[in-house]
Design a protein. Structure first.
Length: 306
């Protein structure tokens, strides 16, 4: 019997087993189409960019081909930049921001940078508007050797031949109200731990790498995004999501230790964007535009640094 006060699956204080995992899966039904929204958009780019299959995600009877978009006329003398979206499938503007950037802005960087773009790393979660994958594993805590997440392992295999060549990696995310109403309670229930409430920040912010902070790079992105949408202010404790602010709209995480996507390239310049789509001060279109602005500002910074 469920005696949890904060999540409808599982028993408070006990980790999930197979029955709870099956119950969780049954709650998350298909709500949108990866093939229609992502693969069709990628196909329309084939006349201007190379489209590279890099594996598939297979769960039960569902199989999802994974696609990356790559600059044509790749030049080893140019800086190489990785752009990722949809590592968390429910973070919509990350997926559509990556696609919008390629559709509208990427051509202007031809001959200046080599671009490798993965618009949707987690297709099963994208279709169900979920953070976790089919196995209730968070891909963005799974970028490590012997990864438990198919999505993370496939992306690491894609970039492995290029490790050491990347100048920058920009990983597009959102922080949503469901982080507090669904995700954090689900994590606590899954792991048999107490739920500890947190405050969702109202606005855009960035996560820098605590082991390799690049404040000028982060500031260039914040300055550009601030023209599109508002930047999250500090909370009552002077931080954002339990992390201290290190600059306007910037916090730091230990990316490699946490198994975060932005750690995989070894690039000098890395960042994780966080848009807030549930703000009364932002629209879905603004969120996509903010992601595009962040990417362009990051690329401009890399180009200027040579």
């Amino acid at each position: 019997m469920n005696d949890s006060l904060f999540y409808p699956i599982g028993v408070s204080g006990q980790r999930w087993g197979a029955a709870e995992l099956a119950q969780w899966r049954a709650c998350h039904v298909l709500q949108r189409s990866y093939a229609m929204d992502v693969l069709t958009s990628v196909d329309h780019l084939r006349d201007r960019f190379d489209v590279v299959p890099y594996g598939e995600v297979a769960y039960a009877n569902a199989r999802f081909p994974l696609m990356a978009i790559r600059s044509r006329n790749w030049q080893s003398s140019l800086p190489t930049v990785l752009l990722t979206g949809g590592v968390h499938g429910y973070e919509t503007s990350g997926v559509h921001g990556a696609l919008r950037f390629v559709q509208t802005q990427a051509a202007s960087y031809a001959g200046r940078v080599n671009l490798l773009v993965v618009p949707c790393a987690s297709p099963w979660a994208y279709e169900r508007i979920q953070r976790w994958n089919f196995d209730a594993v968070d891909p963005n805590r799974s970028f490590r050797e012997s990864s438990p997440a198919q999505e993370s392992a496939a992306l690491m295999r894609l970039i492995a031949p290029l490790r050491g060549q990347f100048a920058a990696h920009i990983d597009l995310h959102e922080t949503t109200d469901t982080d507090e109403s669904e995700y954090r309670p689900a994590v606590a229930a899954r792991d048999g731990k107490p739920f500890e409430p947190c405050t969702i920040p109202d606005g855009f912010y960035l996560v820098d790498d605590a082991a390799n902070p690049q404040p000028e790079f982060q500031q260039a992105i914040i300055t550009a995004v601030e023209r599109v949408t508002h930047i999250a202010p500090a909370d009552a404790q002077g931080g954002i999501i339990d992390s201290p602010l290190v600059a306007h709209g910037v916090i730091e995480y230990e990316m490699l230790a946490l198994g975060l996507c932005a750690s995989i390239t070894g690039a000098r310049y890395t960042t994780t964007t966080e848009v807030y789509p549930d703000s009364p001060r932002a629209t879905p279109e603004q969120c996509i535009a903010a992601q595009v602005a962040a990417v362009c500002a990051g690329l401009d910074f890399v180009c200027e640094m040579g």
